[in-house]
Design a protein. Structure first.
Length: 436
């Protein structure tokens, strides 16, 4: 692990002067102007966060360290005989900005294996919770329970605290957490939904393969796990979960506090539950048509009926993207190979052909194309993960890789506590010229 840490340390040393120069010499340069709509409307579009981990390009989709998703899936090393890259390779890329070699990846793979043991007290806490607790509440609680393990918190409380070395201990927490999260998620799943029967990890498997093994789902679900965790890893810093993680960590709270809080934000219906809404809508359509594949005109009418009732088509549209979400296309390619005869996928495939022209005809939809959520639930359902509530846990495992990469760099660059200024409604009315 020393080779990886030395490389990251060199990257950090090279980056710090850039941030210092911007603050010292160009701190008063204006970046953007905001409107009352943005102030009241959740700060949407306000340019006020910094991340080099990912960027959402309106026409290329999410970029990880400058690489598009197709490039990520092409360039990152893959386990032997598998179609999708190591999740560990993606983590290496997010932190360093470099495409890892096979040796680089194996260093992370082995490090995660050493750190993946879940403390017994975490299991005890999970088992003490009511079995009808939401799996996201269980997941968040398990992470918060492990806060006592935080190396960052111990370093801060020690006489050795050094702001310039804080990233090293945030990285330690990140490695400890990421190694355990898939196992914690699988434990919750087996406890709640599979008669409390549990499967121990295997030493010969990477993170994605081991997660599928502990879930009890055969191949190619290991590739589903790799694909799913990679495409959900990061989406800039402004979404609720990523922003929450950054905000909490900016107070020098450790990774356990930050990730638990981030997951609580992800659990909100407006953030992490979209794939459930898509699946419910499609399954409602399937029920209407007697679980048979209707013709195009019948699907068109169903879509229009949904729109005319004042509802949106779930899984279509995006606030930033102006093309089909590349995360959707990654899943579509998998489905065309493995799910071609699945009835649910046939509905998804039909909708992909039918919905965009209908939305375009409305003349007011900026992006009529499907997003990531239009597909992900279909693949999980096909492989037997049919418990809607658990879908956000899977999302949370993936998103944690991006958040932890970001907050490690936040500490490396010494970003301050986040503290925006508030205005009263009276002040806004004065700015708008409504009253003096």
């Amino acid at each position: 692990m020393e080779k990886f840490k030395q490389k990251l340390a060199a990257k950090i040393d090279a980056h710090r002067p850039r941030t210092t120069k911007l603050l010292k010499e160009f701190g008063n340069v204006k970046v953007d102007e905001i409107t009352i709509r943005q102030v009241i409307g959740g700060m949407r579009g306000v340019k006020s966060l910094v991340t080099d981990i990912s960027y959402l390009d309106p026409y290329e989709g999410i970029r990880y360290r400058g690489y598009t998703l197709p490039e990520v899936f092409e360039k990152l090393p893959k386990p032997a005989g598998k179609d999708y890259p190591y999740v560990e390779a993606m983590f290496y890329l997010l932190l360093t900005g470099d495409i890892p070699t096979e040796n680089d990846v194996q260093e992370i793979v082995e490090e995660f294996k050493k750190r993946r043991q879940i403390p017994q007290y975490v299991i005890d806490v999970l088992r003490a919770m009511p079995r009808d607790s939401h799996p996201m509440a269980m997941f968040s609680t398990a992470i918060l329970t492990m806060q006592r393990e935080s190396k960052f918190a111990k370093f801060y409380a020690s006489d050795e605290w050094d702001k310039m070395r804080a990233w090293e201990y945030m990285l330690e927490d990140a490695l400890d957490l990421l190694a355990k999260l898939p196992g914690v998620a699988a434990y919750i799943y087996r406890m709640k939904y599979k008669a409390d029967t549990h499967i121990p990890p295997r030493d010969d498997l990477d993170l994605g393969g081991n997660f599928a093994h502990q879930m009890g789902i055969p191949e190619p679900f290991d590739d589903v796990a790799r694909m799913y965790f990679i495409i959900h890893a990061d989406h800039e810093s402004g979404n609720v979960s990523a922003h929450t993680g950054h905000l909490v960590a900016s107070a020098l709270s450790d990774a356990y506090y930050a990730i638990s809080a981030a997951l609580n934000g992800l659990a909100g219906p407006l953030h992490g539950l979209a794939n459930q809404e898509v699946l419910k809508w499609i399954q409602g359509m399937m029920k209407k048509f007697g679980h048979k594949l209707p013709d195009d005109k019948e699907i068109e009418q169903y879509v229009w009926d949904t729109l005319n009732s004042g509802k949106v088509i779930p899984g279509y549209g995006h606030a930033v993207l102006r093309k089909t979400d590349p995360r959707y296309m990654v899943q579509r390619e998998f489905a065309l190979k493995h799910l071609k005869e699945d009835l649910l996928f046939k509905y998804v495939d039909k909708l992909y052909q039918i919905v965009p022209p209908i939305l375009e005809s409305l003349g007011k939809v900026k992006n009529p194309w499907p997003n990531v959520d239009a597909h992900s639930g279909t693949i999980l359902w096909h492989y037997g993960v049919r418990e809607y509530q658990f879908y956000t846990v899977l999302f949370g495992v993936g998103r944690s890789f991006g958040i932890l990469s970001n907050i490690t760099w936040d500490r490396a660059l010494g970003y301050p506590i986040e503290r925006p200024k508030s205005l009263t409604t009276d002040m806004l009315e004065e700015i708008a010229g409504i009253k003096k």
